[in-house]
Ligand binder design. Structure first.
Ligand code: T1G
Length: 675
């Protein structure tokens, strides 16, 4: 098999080129090719310097993650990197695209680094529950200092080339379209320079203040994760130990993470997120419909947030409301959101004007006739939605995609209100729609394959993580939320407190528990609004105006900074209800709370798979990571259940009287996987 790595001679400079789509991952064949190329350069007396570059869209984007957990093959990355580092002739890394992970570490082993301005460089291993295992934690602090190295290692966001050059990570920015020629010229410049600069020869200066500040500033973000702290400890080792001892320390810490559940979970999600973009029965080369303009019906919280996703991606939006006051309020909120992001430096200063310049607010429903995709985002009422889709059917252009942002309702019933059900589907955004990454794409029975493919491609363009769901009440995420909420409410009646239940979830790694979430979203969402009709604890809270954070009172009491405290009044209400129901009050264990509020979600997930409402178990994991903040180091509900042990999950569900999904029982008995 031909090697993906070739060498080309340019006078006295040898260019070593990897061509291994899609991202030049440093798999065995690439590593062997690199080893051969560098050996050739060292052995050839006519060569005075080497350039290392990649064909395709990017410089090496890391070790080949698909090789993890398999027996090692070929030269190890360590061997290749050590050989480059020890070369008696300078090696110049010529960087474009995303030089990430092992790619960044390979560049650090080179003696010089040049990059095109559009390149980024980083060590995102921490996002896989790992740390740079090929010298990155030892070389970065030596090259750019602790203060700059810590976020690269422990947060893992890549650094743009310009900033990397300012840090000294990149020696020279070269022409966007002349990378190879400029790298060769640079190599000639340094070919005779001695000593050849080797990062390992530098000292990394300890900076305990920077480390303490960094740990403190990121304590919340790192809560529950193992990898960030391991990265910090390795960086500290770079300032305390000689290079080779530091490398040994890094290796030990890397293996601990690699063998751990958290990294397995985070690597699972890395691939699951990409797998979710694939629709099993829709060919990847399906011709997409053109979407030049998007229409949004409703300028409320959801309609405004949905519109922002498209405007931020440079796609014009026509937004329709019923009256001028609502329209002005909606567009005002959008502008305010953009300006707040610009003020925080999250977007360029001119981005708000650019985005809002693509918005066409109107009261004229017929203006939607120019749109290629129309998203209805009005309130959750089937009659209203059917009336809107019937109107759309009359004015929308042929081939326009008609989508509902419904979070529960039957998309088939909505589609039946039109003469074009093949053009109808659900696009369920999560609030706040301009922030949450998850998009549930709800496939109707008659939704055309090219409509699905078009919306999935568009989701990537607006930087959403899209998951295909089938039509059922609540689709995937909210359908699994239901048993969690039902059991949480029942547990209140049996002796648990809101704070006890929420604590179990927060300790588990969720951003908040069921009752904190209810207070944030609004206890009154879906309430029948009749203060005299009090059938549940929620009714009682709503009747007293305890609608959640927005009223400084819900399941918790809130101070003016919205800090929650357990509410004696809520305890009274719960007690009243419990007594009325003649339920004995008893000690509820955390184990029971986990079984009844988390295992039941897994059970519902198994039913969703049995009914074909999700394509695969990993899609369900993606929904919960990106839609509800499930801790990524636990890999999502279905992955987590496997790590818990399906037998244990089934036994607990049966102990608390639940009907266990057949597929879950079967997988537990066979020791198989939920697919
Ligand atoms: N290994 C194997 N396959 C990879 C890969 C990798 N490192 N990166 C991407 N792919 C596949 C991906 O699964 C998809 O496959 C295709 O490439 C396109 O990816 C020793 C131990 C580079 C920014 O963490 O961040 O180095 O679905 O859809 O949106 O210290 O991929 O087409 O079949 O994401 O343009 C560290 C991970 C590894 C970088 C491109 N590196 N990759 O994004 O395309 S660990 C990373 C990314 C390591 C060393 C350690 C992104 C990207 P398919 P894509 P994209």
């Amino acid at each position: 098999m031909t090697s993906p790595v070739r060498t080309e001679r340019h006078g006295d400079v040898l260019v070593i080129i990897s061509d291994s789509p899609p991202v030049n991952a440093l798999g065995a064949a690439v590593r062997d090719g690199l080893e051969a190329g560098v050996k050739e350069g060292i052995a050839d007396a006519s060569i005075t310097a080497m350039v290392l570059r990649c064909d395709g869209r990017t410089f090496f984007a890391g070790a080949d993650i698909t090789e993890f957990g398999k027996p090692p093959k070929g030269a190890s990355l360590h061997e290749v990197i050590d050989m480059i580092d020890a070369s008696p002739k300078p090696v110049v890394a010529a960087i474009h695209g995303t030089a990430l992970g092992g790619g960044c570490e390979t560049a650090l082993a080179c003696h010089y680094r040049v990059a095109v301005p559009s390149a980024v460089i980083g060590t995102p291993e921490v996002k896989l529950g790992l740390l740079p295992g090929a010298g990155g934690t030892q070389r970065l602090p030596r090259l750019i200092g602790m203060r700059a190295a810590l976020p690269m290692l422990a947060i893992g966001d890549p650094v743009p080339a310009k900033k990397a050059a300012d840090l000294g990570l990149i020696d020279r920015l070269v022409g966007e379209d002349s990378l190879e020629a400029d790298a060769i010229a640079f190599a000639r410049e340094v070919a005779a320079k001695r000593p050849i600069p080797r990062i390992r020869d530098k000292d990394a200066k300890a900076d305990p203040e920077a480390v303490a500040e960094f740990r403190k500033a990121n304590a919340r973000k790192f809560r529950g994760f193992d990898a960030p702290e391991a990265n910090i400890r390795c960086a500290e080792a770079a300032t305390e130990l000689p290079f080779d001892e530091g490398m040994a320390f890094e290796r030990t810490e890397f293996m601990k993470l690699m063998m751990g559940v958290q990294s397995a979970a985070q690597r699972h999600i890395f691939f699951a997120e990409r797998q979710a973009a694939k629709i099993d029965d829709v060919p990847a080369d399906t011709k997409l419909r053109t979407v030049n303009r998007v229409g949004v019906i409703g300028a409320g919280t959801m309609g405004g947030g949905i519109s922002m996703n498209f405007l931020s991606a440079g796609i014009p939006v026509t937004i329709v409301e019923m009256n001028q006051e609502a329209l002005d309020r909606g567009t005002g909120v959008m502008r305010k959101n953009y300006e707040a992001s610009a003020a925080k430096g999250r977007i360029k200063p001119d981005a708000p004007e650019k985005a809002m310049g693509l918005l066409t607010p109107t009261l004229d429903f017929d203006a939607l006739k120019d749109c290629d995709l129309i998203i209805e985002a009005v309130y959750e009422n089937m009659d209203v939605k059917k009336e809107i889709f019937a109107r759309l059917d009359k004015i929308a252009k042929p081939g326009a995609i008609l989508a509902s942002n419904t979070s529960y309702l039957d998309v088939n019933e909505i589609a039946a209100a039109t003469s074009r059900p093949e053009d109808v589907l659900g696009m369920h955004f999560f609030s706040p729609a301009n922030v949450m990454k998850l998009l549930e794409v709800v496939r109707g029975d008659k939704t055309a394959k090219d409509v699905l493919a078009t919306v999935m491609a568009l989701a990537k363009k607006i930087r959403k993580v899209a998951v295909v769901a089938g039509v059922c009440h609540g689709f995937i995420g909210n359908r699994m939320l239901a048993p969690r909420q039902q059991e949480a409410n029942k547990l209140l009646m049996e002796g648990a407190t809101p704070q006890q239940i929420d604590k179990v979830h927060v300790d588990f790694g969720m951003p908040m528990g069921p009752f904190q979430m209810s207070d944030l979203a609004g206890v009154d969402i879906g309430w029948h609004r009749d203060p005299n009709r009090i059938e549940t604890i929620r009714d009682a809270l709503c009747a007293e105006g305890r609608w959640g954070q927005k009223k400084q009172a819900g399941f918790y009491d809130y101070d003016e900074k919205r800090n929650p405290t357990p509410s004696p009044r809520v305890a009274e209400i719960i007690e009243e209800f419990r007594q009325k129901s003649n339920l004995p009050k008893r000690e509820i264990t955390d184990e029971e709370i986990v079984a009844r509020t988390l295992y039941t979600m897994v059970n519902e997930g198994a039913l969703i798979l049995e009914e074909g409402k999700a394509q695969r178990a990993s899609d369900i994991d993606v929904v919960w990571i990106y839609g509800y903040g499930w801790p990524v180091y636990r890999g999502g509900p279905m992955f987590w259940a496997q790590t818990e042990g399906l037998k244990k999950v089934v036994a607990a569900l049966e102990k608390y009287g639940f009907k266990v999904a057949e597929s879950l029982k079967a997988a537990a008995e066979s020791g198989g996987q939920l697919k």
